[in-house]
Ligand binder design. Sequence first.
Ligand SMILES: [Zn+2]
Length: 408
Amino acid sequence: MNDSILFTDVRVFDGTGRDPFPAEVLVTGNRVAAVADRVPADQRAAARVIDGGGGTLIPGLVDAHAHLGFGSTVEHRSPRRDEPDEEKALLVAHAGRVLLDHGITSAYSGGNRLPRTEIAARKAFAEGWMPGPRFRAASWEGSAGMVEPGVYDFPGIDGRASEPESVRKFVAEMTDLGVDIVKLSLSGESAVVQGTSRIVQFSDEEVAAAAATARERGVWLTAHAHAAESIKMAVRHGIRAVYHCTFADEEALDLLEAARDRLFVAPTPGIIHANLYEADSEPEPGMEVEETRRAVMEVVPELVRRGVRVVPGGDYGFPWNPVGRNMRDLALFVEWFGFTPAEALRAATQYGGQIMGMGDELGLVAPGYLADLVLVDGDPLADIAVVQDRDRLVAIMKDGRLHKAPAS
Ligand SMILES: [Zn+2]
C-alpha cells in the first residue's frame, strides 16, 4: 500500500500571494512532504503520480462564514425552514459534501439554529467516513435578551434592562454543547427585519459578559455587526471574527486596524449580490440592500489598505444563494473591492487557515503543511471565476485523501 501521492506538471499557487511557480508536490500521509522542481527519485519511487497537465495546484479553499444548516445547496433547494430536526441534520451533512465537492476543504461556521447537528457533522467529517470540510462549529446567533435566539425581533436596547447574566448563560450553554464559536448578533439585519441593521441589540455590559465567559471557557466569539457602534463594541471586547462591518465609521476603522493581528473581517458580498440579483422578488427598500452594497464597497478597500485580514464567506445556504456557490465571493472581492485574483485567493487560503486557528499548518502549499489541495484545470490568477466551476476542480484532496481524483 502506498500512502504517497506526487503531483507533477503543476504550477503551484502556494497561498502566500506570490506568483505561481512550476513544481512537483509530494504528499505523504496527510502532510505535504516536498515542494520542489523535481522530487528526488527515492521519494517518488513509491508514490502514485497525478499528472497535473499544466494546471494550478492551490491550497484547499476556506469559507469563513458558512451555514450548513440553511437547507439549500446547488443540488437541492429547500425553501422551507421548518423541517423536522432529523431532516435538518441530513441537510447539514449534505451541505458538507457539497462544500467539499467545490474545493472547500475547511469551513468556519456562521451559525446554526441546531448547533448539535453541525457538532455531529464536524465529528463525522473529521473521522473521514462522511465527506465534508474541516469544520469549526458555531452556536445559533444569540440575539438580544436571549428570548428566542436567532429571531431578529428586537427593536433596540431602549427600554430593555441590560442582562449580562442571560448572555453569560447563553455562551456557557453553547460551549457545553461543544461549539467552537459563539455568535452574537450585535446589530440587527435589515435583510431579515427591515430597518434594523443600524440598531445595536446588546449593551456593553452584555458583550463584556460574553467575552469574559468565552475566554474562561475557551471558545471564540463571532459578531454579526452592521452598525458602526456594534463594530466598535466587537473590537473593544476582543471578538475574533467580525461579519459585515457595513457601516464602519472612521473610529470603527481605526479600532479594526489597531486590532488587525487578532481579528478577521468577513464582509459577505455573496448574500448582498444574491439579494440584489437572484432573489425571487425585488428587495424592499427597508432591506437596505443597495445601501449595504455601496457601504461595503467603500469600507472593504479601506480595511485592506489598513492591513486588516478580509476573508470570503457570503452567507451561502439560502435558496437564492445556495451552498456550493461560495467561491463567487472571490470574484466579488475582485469586482467590488479591487482585490487582485492572487489577493482574493490568499484570503481564501492563507488567511483561511488562520481563521480556522491552524495558520501554522493549514492554508499553504508548503512542506509540513496539512495536505488540503485543489488541482484547478486553468489559471485562477487569469480568471478567478474558474474556482467556482466544480468541473474545473479536477482533484480535491483533504487531509491527504483524494475526495476527487482526476479522470484518467
Ligand atoms: Zn450568516
